[in-house]
Write a protein that binds this ligand. Structure first.
Ligand code: ZN
Length: 471
């Protein structure tokens, strides 16, 4: 994310998988009787204890949603393919707000469910689910989704706009319009099939499928075939001018600008070409681009930030012009944040420090402002040195501390270990951990292995200790 204040397959329900699940659910006579227990209602993040759940691992989300921009109502069915990681008597999904569920099934059979607290959808399948078995959960629901407006973290989730809606889900918005295991360490592939009145455009993560029109309604399909954390899923529905191109390497590049936004002549082309240029340049620094397409969406959404939604960031046009360094930030996140995602939100500097450093590198490469100069200016100008970069606290995950001091820590590391090791790290860290989950501890160990040095006190000073580090 970068905020205003700073700127400044369709679900392949293979018959086999389904029947295996049913078989497991009914149990087989030979094995010792399993002890079925409930999955945990949270995934264990200290900042967001209710987010995510335990007892299963999602492989794929199939979201089918019809949207009426007149009423802002949706009518949807989300089907989830998951694998039990324990013998499950029941399990939770995260699902919040006023949407009404009309049907819920597990492996094709109606399942009992209750809704508990702000976001727990507690599901009891007709029979227990054996550890290791695949199962399919299908939830049909309807209503008008409501965004989240967190006093500390701002707006996320389903946001109504003048001509449609935009869904931005970091950190806690996904559950406002689909049932989800809303934790960064349960990545899954996605298909989003969205039906809207003909004339409107739908954009989402990944690659577009065929578009079909029937009786005044058009259905768009978008597929993300690489693992994606739910906080990085995205939808944009409205009046958009879409530009298609490729990067120099031939990667499909789809950008869009909301028609209501006052643009300079040719801005659609410039936005598309700058995106291609930045992705190409960042690939030379960070290794092969991790997804099968790229792009960006300039939207009139009014949230006050840009967000690194996977493969295709969303830029709120009221925040900033879509200039190269902002693109470098959100596209840099495709490696740092999207392909590599922290297990816990306390480690978000691994996203924001690297994304901010991407801006600094962009300024050096394209605007002749040396990184060291940006570092010195930031170091001299930073007023607030309280707080821990690698554990800023729940309400401070989007604070300047995480961004600026995160990037400063990287530049300080570069000065300490030298350019050769530093740029090796910039390529190898995202390559070795591609599509995975990471922690600050892992990062420190990685750099120490790479350099054969004990950097414990260096990282202690820059990441864990409040106060201005001496240079
Ligand atoms: Zn960011």
């Amino acid at each position: 994310m970068r905020g205003a204040k700073r700127s400044r397959g369709s679900l392949l329900i293979v018959a086999g998988a389904l029947s295996a699940g049913l078989l497991a659910a009914t149990g087989t006579a030979a094995a010792a009787a399993p002890r079925y227990t409930p999955g945990a209602p949270g995934a264990g993040d200290p900042y967001f204890p209710d987010m995510g759940n335990g007892g299963y691992d999602v492989g794929h989300y199939d979201i089918r949603l019809a949207f009426d921009p007149g009423t802002q109502a949706i009518d949807a069915t989300t089907t989830i393919l998951a694998t039990a990681t324990q013998d499950l008597s029941r399990f939770d999904l995260d699902f919040q707000g006023p949407l009404t569920i009309s049907r819920l099934s597990v492996n094709g059979r109606n399942a009992a469910y209750t809704r508990s607290g702000a976001q727990e959808l507690v599901i009891t399948p007709p029979g227990g689910l054996r550890k290791g078995s695949e199962f399919v959960v299908s939830v049909s629901y309807a209503g008008v989704p409501q965004k989240i407006d967190d006093p500390a973290l701002g707006v996320s989730g389903w946001v109504a706009t003048k001509d449609g809606a935009v869904a931005l889900n970091q950190p806690i918005g996904a559950a406002t319009y689909y049932p989800v295991n809303d934790t960064t360490d349960d990545k899954a592939t996605y298909t989003q099939t969205i039906t809207v009145p003909t004339g409107l455009t739908v954009l989402a993560n990944g690659e577009p499928g065929p578009t079909t029109t029937n009786n005044g309604r058009t259905t768009f399909r978008w597929t993300m075939n690489r693992p994606m954390a739910s906080e990085l899923s995205m939808l944009a529905i409205g009046d958009y001018n879409v530009t298609r191109g490729t990067t120099a390497d031939g990667l499909p590049n789809i950008t869009a600008i909301g028609k209501s936004i006052d643009t300079k002549p040719g801005q659609g082309k410039v936005f598309n070409e700058t995106t291609a240029q930045v992705v190409q340049w960042e690939s030379s620094l960070y290794g092969r681009y991790p997804f099968d397409s790229t792009g960006g969406i300039l939207a009139d959404v009014g949230v006050g930030y840009a967000l690194e939604t996977q493969s295709r960031p969303v830029y709120d046009h009221r925040t900033s012009d879509v200039d190269g360094d902002l693109l470098a930030h959100e596209l840099g996140h495709q490696w740092f944040g999207d392909s590599l995602t922290p297990v816990h939100w306390s480690d978000i500097w691994l996203n924001e420090g690297f994304a901010t450093y991407s801006e600094w590198l962009y300024q050096e490469k394209f605007n002749n402002i040396p990184v060291q100069k940006t570092f010195a200016k930031t170091y001299a100008g930073e007023k607030d040195w309280s707080g821990k970069v690698a554990d800023p606290g729940r309400d401070h995950i989007f604070d300047d501390l995480v961004y600026n001091r995160g990037a400063m820590a990287l530049q300080a590391l570069r000065m300490k270990i030298g350019d050769q090791a530093f740029f090796q790290m910039l390529t190898q860290w995202p390559t070795v951990n591609r599509y995975g989950n990471v922690s600050t501890r892992q990062f420190i160990e990685f750099v120490e292995r790479l350099t054969h040095r004990d950097l414990g006190s260096f990282f202690q000073t820059w990441l864990y200790q409040p106060g201005k580090p001496a240079l």
